[in-house]
Design a protein around this ligand. Structure first.
Ligand code: DC
Length: 231
């Protein structure tokens, strides 16, 4: 495909801090529009786990980055309940999604070499009829030409409560105060790194979801995508 025909494929970017509900929002959007979805955080998570499996120290960021090219990664399923993440033929979803893996992903994600190694792989998800990009730098770095950019926020306390509900629904437990600290630490690292920090694109629309339920968030976003003629 030519770069002009790739650029013609629409992208909606959804960025924001951990636990803000991007997964729910982007899965819903992808289903309603019939578009593809990129879970960019999963790529950082998978790479961190692959490095540990290979006995590579996460601080050796060049070696971690070098691993990226050899990973065959596939996402299947269209709903949280039937999604699988395949890495070199193994379903790794359960380990990939854990809170501790999120922290490891955030560590390697601060390294420019790691980000560069994953950049083209993320751009390759831009396939017709359209893409919903879920992450931290979708609107600023990976798809800066996206016609609609959203940036979701919510207080750290509310995000910790949402994460706790999610964990409990999955039969796990945690302490709210610990989750709040983990979430705040990860945000701080993602926000203050020198390369592709977690910041809204200058043309992003900010949505504070602290006082909104998932249906209200979806309604607000649907209004925006109708305005743009996507729905
Ligand atoms: O969205 P997530 O929780 O799965 O992301 C895990 C970590 O990966 C996050 O804390 C920072 C990093 N990440 C990133 O730096 N850029 C992205 N586009 C997505 C995730």
């Amino acid at each position: 495909m030519t770069s002009a025909s790739i650029a013609a494929i629409p992208v909606i970017t959804v960025d924001g801090p951990s636990g803000v509900g991007k997964g729910t929002v982007t899965r819903g959007l992808a289903t309603r529009l019939g578009w593809h979805r990129l879970d960019s955080g999963a790529l950082y998570r998978i790479l961190a786990l692959a490095a540990i499996d290979a006995g590579i120290a996460l601080s050796d960021t060049d070696a971690v980055a070098a691993l990226a090219g050899g990973l065959d990664i596939r996402f299947t399923g269209d709903h949280e309940d039937n999604e699988a993440i395949w890495v070199n033929g193994r379903d790794v979803r359960a380990t990939v999604r854990s809170e501790s893996t999120g922290g490891l992903a955030s560590q390697i994600a601060a390294a420019p070499a790691v980000r560069a190694a994953l950049l083209q792989r993320q751009k390759d998800f831009r396939v017709a009829p359209g893409l919903i990009g879920d992450g931290r730098d979708m609107g600023t770095v990976v798809f800066p030409d996206a016609p609609l950019k959203l940036f979701l926020t919510a207080s750290a306390e509310e995000r910790a409560r949402r994460r706790l509900r999610q964990l409990r629904a999955a039969g796990q437990d945690a302490i709210l105060a610990d989750l709040c600290i983990e979430i705040s630490t990860r945000d701080e690292r993602d926000r203050t790194r020198t390369v592709a920090p977690l910041v809204p694109a200058s043309d992003a629309i900010l949505i504070d979801t602290t006082l909104l339920n998932p249906t209200q968030v979806a309604e607000r976003i649907d209004d925006l995508i109708k305005d743009r003629g996507f729905l």
